[in-house]
Design a protein around this ligand. Sequence first.
Ligand code: ATP
Ligand code: MG
Length: 178
Amino acid sequence: MRLFVAAPLPLDVRERLAGLCAGLPRARWVEPHNMHITLRFIGEVDGDAAEDADAALAQVRHQAFDLGLAGIGHFGSGRRVRSVWAGVEGAEELVHLRQKVESALVRAGHDPEHRKFHPHVTLARLKSTPAARLGDYAAAHNGFAVAPFRLERFTLFQSRRGNERVHYEALAEYPLAG
Ligand code: ATP
Ligand code: MG
């Protein structure tokens, strides 16, 4: 099974983000129910490893905290822009939480993640979208912001693929202390 750990987003935040999901040719938009902030991509594991990951994540202790969204960005450049995302504002606590998630998973036997953490909400995957169109899109939405909301839990998701569509199923939720 293909797993990842993420911060789920409140419905009203996903509704705001859905308002950004138009106006780019050749974009594959993320469906609002799938929107999230990835904390740690785990990848393909068997059932035993998934249980170990769950047990390790259940040990993570962290306070609930506030998180906002602001701005639009992208990964890749020029003709190879791969994705467009909304940025996270005030991510310090999210970085702390991610570090705890990372240590827990390494203790559970996973390889350490060496890639830098770039907190974001993916809005679309792109394939050869003209750079000028991306520029117009970014300019139109650059003032995008969502007022801080409280993150009260994080989630272990299973990523499943059915005919063309990806679906994320919450396997477990871990509360952050109030
Ligand atoms: P698809 O791969 O079909 O475009 P997807 O990327 O949404 O769909 P997954 O590849 O299962 O589905 O990814 C689940 C989540 O983990 C997404 O937020 C994705 O951006 C993130 N992710 C996937 N691969 C990695 C990786 N190698 N490193 C960091 N995050 C990743
Ligand atoms: Mg992917």
